[in-house]
Write a protein that binds this ligand. Sequence first.
Ligand SMILES: Nc1ncnc2c1ncn2[C@@H]1O[C@H](COP(=O)(O)OP(=O)(O)OP(=O)(O)O)[C@@H](O)[C@H]1O
Length: 327
Amino acid sequence: MVFDRRPDDMVRITTTELANQFIADQVAALREQVKDKKVLLALSGGVDSSVVAALLIKAIGQQLVCVHVNHGLLRKGEPEQVIEVFRNQMNANLIYVDATDRFLDKLKDVTDPETKRKIIGGEFIEVFAEEARKLDGIEFLAQGTIWPDILESEHGIKAHHNAGGLPEDMKFELVEPVKILFKDEVRVVGKALGLPDNMVFRQPFPGPGLGVRCPGAITRDRLEAVRESDAILREEFAKNGLEGKVWQYFTVVPDFKSTGVKDGKRSFEWSVIIRAVNTSDAMTAEVENIPFALMQHIVKRITTEVKGVNRVLYDFTPKPTGTIEFE
Ligand SMILES: Nc1ncnc2c1ncn2[C@@H]1O[C@H](COP(=O)(O)OP(=O)(O)OP(=O)(O)O)[C@@H](O)[C@H]1O
C-alpha cells in the first residue's frame, strides 16, 4: 500500500522486516509512476537523497540520473564515497560535477554569512539546472522530502526546502518516495537497502557545508585546514567510541592567526576550534565531556598534521548562548 500522506495509525518503521515491506511497496509504486521515463535526482550523499537514490536504483536502475555537485565545501572523502557507493557498487547512472573553482571564485572576499549561504544555494541551483538541460527526456524530479519537511511547510515554519528553486521553464513531475517517513525511519530503510553505516547514520551536516565552518571570507588554505582537522576529529571519535554517541562534532578555523613555536622557530598560524555537542531537539545543546587524554591526542595530531595550524581550542559554550554552528 502506498500513501500520499502519513496515515495517523502508521506503524513506525523500526525493523528490517518493516523496512523491506516499505521498500517493496515503494519499488512497485515507483515503477507504476515512472514507467519507462527518466528521473533526475540531486544526490548530496546525505541520508535523504541517498535513500531516495537507492530506492530508485532498485526500482528503475539506469532510468535514474543522479547529479552530485562537489562545491568544494564537502568533507574529506565525501565525493569519493558517493562515486564509490553509487557508481561503482550500485551501478548508478551518476553525473559527478566538480564545481569547486566556480563556487570558491564566487565566494572570494565575501564575509557576510547570509550572503555566503545565498551564493552557495544560488550557485548550486545553477549548476544543477545546467546539468539538467544537457539531458534529454527527463520527466521526473526525485527529492528527499521527508514527513517533517511537509509538516513544517504546512505549519509555515519553513518553506518546503527541497521543492522549488529551479528555473520557471524547468517543470518536472515530483517523485518523493520517502515523504511519509520520519528521519529515523529513513535510516532504517537506508540500512535495509544496503547503504553504508557512515552514510545512513551520519551526523547532521549543513547545506552550505564547510563554508560555515570557515567564518568570514573563505580562502582555500583555511578551508583545507577545516577539512583536514575535521577528518582527524571524525577519525578519532570513531576510533574511541564517540561516533553515534555525540550528536554533532566538527572543527572551525576562524580568520585569525596567533604566535606559536614549531620546530624551534616562531610560527604565526591559525587556530582550530573543536565543537562537540549533544542535543535532543536542536533548540538547546550541551557540550560533550571529551576525555582529557583523547583531547590531548587530537590536539597533537591536528597541530602536527594540519598545515598552517599551531593552536587548538575547545568551545565550551552551550546553546544558548552559542548556536551549534558558527555561522
Ligand atoms: N552537493 C550536492 N550535490 C547534489 N545534490 C545536493 C547537494 N547538496 C544538496 N543537494 C540536494 O539538495 C537537497 C537538500 O539539501 P540539504 O543540504 O538541505 O540536505 P537534507 O535535506 O539533509 O538532505 P540530504 O540528507 O539528502 O543531504 C538534498 O537532498 C539534495 O537533493
